[in-house]
Design a protein around this ligand. Structure first.
Ligand SMILES: *[C@@H]1O[C@H](CO)[C@@H](O)[C@H](O)[C@H]1NC(C)=O
Ligand SMILES: *[C@@H]1O[C@H](CO)[C@@H](O)[C@H](O)[C@H]1NC(C)=O
Ligand SMILES: *[C@@H]1O[C@H](CO)[C@@H](O)[C@H](O)[C@H]1NC(C)=O
Ligand SMILES: *[C@@H]1O[C@H](CO)[C@@H](O)[C@H](O)[C@H]1NC(C)=O
Length: 515
């Protein structure tokens, strides 16, 4: 009876499919199509995605020893609250920022040895989130860690595109004042930040015997300001046993003034994306006129000329020129859940286990923040802390006095001494705009020349899951610029397979991002 019923049902569906194309949009049909595509993909990838053995067993690990055992995290299913599967071997805890006997200032880290093959063992990748004062656990839990818990989802899941497959990875909460880190912030600039970071890093490398590993610094947003300064300090130490710095990758980075990263590109951005912003046409036209009067249109056109004619002429006509703020406020009226980090977001605001799902912090009554839960803190050797994703105290006393890395020259100095530097930007990001990043890079002098000789236009292809073309990329004199479509500010969060590809490229495992 059951068989007959389903045969009949199948027949009806098949005829219906022929008879009406709208039937193909039924949830059942979409699910079937999805399952077919999925199965095809799994077969196709079987060879490429060779299974990697989780190294949970402490006995087998080269990192588990007398010095490190207090940092060991039990990754067995059920040990991490709400994580219903094993997570790879890892170590977490606090280490001081200097070798001083009673150093009260400590940074918190979570270290995952690579789960990949022998070719992945000699690299050490550091991930930093921005803010300033935002925790790198955001990256671990929502961007590139081995388990991931994204907005609006019920439980964490395994992350196929975790960077731990490709390298030894450490997520660090810094500077002092961020996340679980301990002590009082007293830095005022990026040089002091780098000094403290290197103090921590030396203790970390010594503790886990990571001497000589090729160090790659990666991060996003304000970490785009930290990283060039940290890299510069590492290179200046001239101590490759401890600080064998090789290169960096910056996502949607704060490398330059708001003028370039926000104001100059904002009106062209609005015009290009107005199907999403939904501003009335007259308003767009009037904003365009003001951008012209402010001199922004002129800077925009100069900045996106390849090769650049010379340094940008930024002589601005005195005019009311705070267009970015105005557009943001307007966007929030038209779309009350407008997300500054991902413009395609609409209401409702989603629950976020880290309490920050959109432009603002948001936590429904009764919900808890994962890393603020005492049982989670206990599981990861964190001190009892009222943990916040982004610190409410200032991590720089009186603000960060350093210049941004591009006008300050530190980014160029670092590129010139690196194997590779990657700057990637998500096209759905509004808080920092991709065109602005490109304008800034195109105005920078590195490797003896200013900017790029050609307009970036190579196809950036993501081979995994056959996503295909997902943006553009371009490389000159050791600097690679990548634009990622369908990604907001946190690129590996929105496009994890793209992020995985970027890391393969940074580490020199693939040379051509168009394949
Ligand atoms: C990463 O490793 C896991 C576990 O071995 C595997 O299932 C997954 O497919 C790998 N991801 C990629 C993109 O190769
Ligand atoms: C690790 O966690 C599992 C699951 O909770 C538990 O059974 C096991 O005893 C723990 N191992 C250690 C060494 O604490
Ligand atoms: C921060 O405090 C430490 C410890 O008291 C001190 O050694 C250091 O000089 C201070 N740094 C700054 C920039 O004030
Ligand atoms: C820079 O732009 C201003 C305003 O458009 C113009 O008056 C000035 O001549 C320009 N300077 C150079 C060096 O091109």
């Amino acid at each position: 009876m059951k068989v007959a019923f389903f045969t009949l049902l199948g027949f009806l569906f098949a005829t219906a499919a022929l008879a009406s194309s709208s039937w193909n949009r039924s949830p059942q049909a979409i699910k079937r199509l999805y399952d077919e595509l999925r199965a095809e993909e799994i077969n196709r990838n079987q060879e490429r995605l060779a299974p990697v053995k989780d190294r949970l067993l402490r006995k087998k690990s080269k990192f588990y020893n007398r010095k490190t055992k207090d940092f060991w995290v039990n990754g067995t299913r059920g040990a991490m609250p709400d994580v219903h599967f094993d997570i790879p071997e890892s170590y977490a805890g606090l280490l001081p920022i200097s070798v001083a006997k009673k150093e009260p200032r400590k940074l918190w880290f979570w270290f995952f040895p690579s789960t990949g093959g022998p070719e992945t063992q000699d690299d050490l990748v550091v991930w930093l989130n921005g803010g300033p004062g935002c925790s790198s656990l955001e990256g671990l839990l929502q961007e590139n860690g081995p388990f991931t818990w994204k907005y609006g989802t019920y439980l964490p899941v395994r992350n196929t595109y975790t960077w731990v497959n490709l390298t030894n990875m450490v997520w660090i909460e810094q500077p002092v004042g961020t996340g679980f880190s301990q002590g009082d912030p007293n830095i005022t600039n990026e040089e002091e930040l780098a000094e403290q970071f290197l103090g921590f890093m030396k203790n970390f490398v010594d503790k886990f015997g990571l001497h000589g590993k090729r160090i790659w610094l990666t991060g996003e947003s304000y970490a785009g300001k930290y990283i060039p300064y940290i890299a510069d300090a590492m290179l200046n130490r001239n101590d490759p046993k401890t600080f064998n710095f090789k290169g960096s990758m910056l996502y949607d980075p704060s490398i330059d003034e708001d003028l370039y990263l926000e104001e100059v590109p904002v009106v062209p951005y609005l015009m290009r994306n107005n199907a999403i912003f939904n501003f009335p046409e007259e308003e767009v036209a009037s904003l365009k006129e003001r951008a012209d009067k402010c001199g922004f249109t002129d800077i925009y056109n100069q900045g996106l000329t390849f090769p650049p004619a010379g340094p940008l002429n930024t002589t601005l006509v005195p005019f009311k020129c705070q267009l970015w703020n105005e557009i943001f406020s307007r966007a929030l009226k038209i779309n009350p859940c407008f997300n500054i980090y991902h413009i395609m977001t609409t209401c409702p605001n989603l629950w976020d286990v880290l309490g920050f799902p959109g432009s603002f912090g948001y936590l429904p009554e009764g919900a808890k923040i994962y890393f603020a839960r005492p049982e989670v803190q206990k599981a990861i050797n964190a001190p009892p802390t009222k943990w916040e994703e982004c610190s409410s105290r200032d991590v720089f006393v009186g603000g960060d006095k350093s210049e941004y890395p591009v006008p300050g020259g530190v980014l160029a100095r670092v590129i010139e001494r690196s194997e590779r530097t990657v700057v990637a930007h998500g096209l759905l990001d509004f808080i920092l705009i991709a065109d602005g990043t490109l304008i800034s890079l195109n105005n920078m002098v590195w490797g003896g020349k200013r900017g790029f000789s050609k307009k970036p236009s190579n196809k950036f292809v993501v081979p995994y899951e056959r996503q295909g073309e997902l943006g553009i990329w371009h490389e000159e004199r050791g600097l690679t610029y990548i634009e990622v479509r369908l990604a907001g500010h946190m690129v590996p969060q929105y496009q994890p397979a793209a992020g995985y590809r970027h890391l393969e490229y940074l580490l020199g495992r693939v040379k051509d991002l168009s394949r």
